[in-house]
Structure formats: C-alpha cells, structure tokens
Design a protein around this ligand. Structure first.
Ligand SMILES: [Zn+2]
Ligand SMILES: [Zn+2]
Length: 117
C-alpha cells in the first residue's frame, strides 16, 4: 500500500491566526484565517447548486476610504471529518464548509503553488 501524497503529516491550528500544514511530501502550507474563510468550499460559498456564490472577501484589502467595520474573524471550532477533511466553525456564523486535504493543498498560498501550473 502506498501512502497518498495528499496527506498532512502535521496540522497546527490557531483559532485566531490560521492553519499550518506540513505535508507528507515535505511541502509546508500556511493559511491565514481570511484566506480559509474566502476559500470556503461549501455549496453556498461556491454557488455549486446554481445559486449566486456567496463569496466573502476577508482577505481583500479594503479599498474604500470609509471601510465598513468588519468584526475580527476567528475560528470557533474545528472538527475532524473522517480522516480526509475538517469542518471549520467561523465566528461569523458560517460552518458548512468541509475542507478536505485536497482542497487545502489546492488553495496553498505559497509562492511555489501560486506560480505553478
Ligand atoms: Zn461556505
Ligand atoms: Zn504550497
């Protein structure tokens, strides 16, 4: 049996900062909270059921001269889903996103992944 490359070796969760993953293939990913919230894979956020995607923009810099007050985003709880994903409960009340390891790997913000094909 071969070990799938897409497994995390170690996951460090900080509810006020974000998630860091060391992958079994030696890759390291560092996900800020805002990025994770914006990349929520649930049907509501992605518009998977033909509905308008309800994307958040926590990670976007505020360009308005009078920025709307945004409460600080936090993770309230993180629960494992099987051994392939985690579900994140956000302080804005959203909790339907199930983040699979594959999804995590796909949204890795590091330079190597961002520039790769
Ligand atoms: Zn969502
Ligand atoms: Zn990466």
């Amino acid at each position: 049996m071969t070990t799938p490359v897409l497994d995390p070796e170690h996951i460090a969760i900080s509810k006020s900062k974000g998630i860091k993953i060391d992958w079994k293939d030696g890759h390291h990913s560092d996900y800020p909270l805002a990025l994770l919230r914006d990349q929520c894979p649930c049907a509501t956020c992605t518009g998977a059921h033909g509905t308008e995607p309800q994307k958040t923009d926590y990670s976007k810099p505020d360009s308005s001269p009078f920025p709307m007050f945004k409460p600080a985003l936090k993770m309230l709880n993180v629960e494992p889903v099987g051994n392939y994903a985690i579900r994140i409960h956000w302080s804005d009340g959203h909790n339907s996103g199930i983040y699979s390891w594959e999804h995590f790997r796909g949204i890795c913000p590091c330079r190597q992944c961002a520039s790769g094909s």
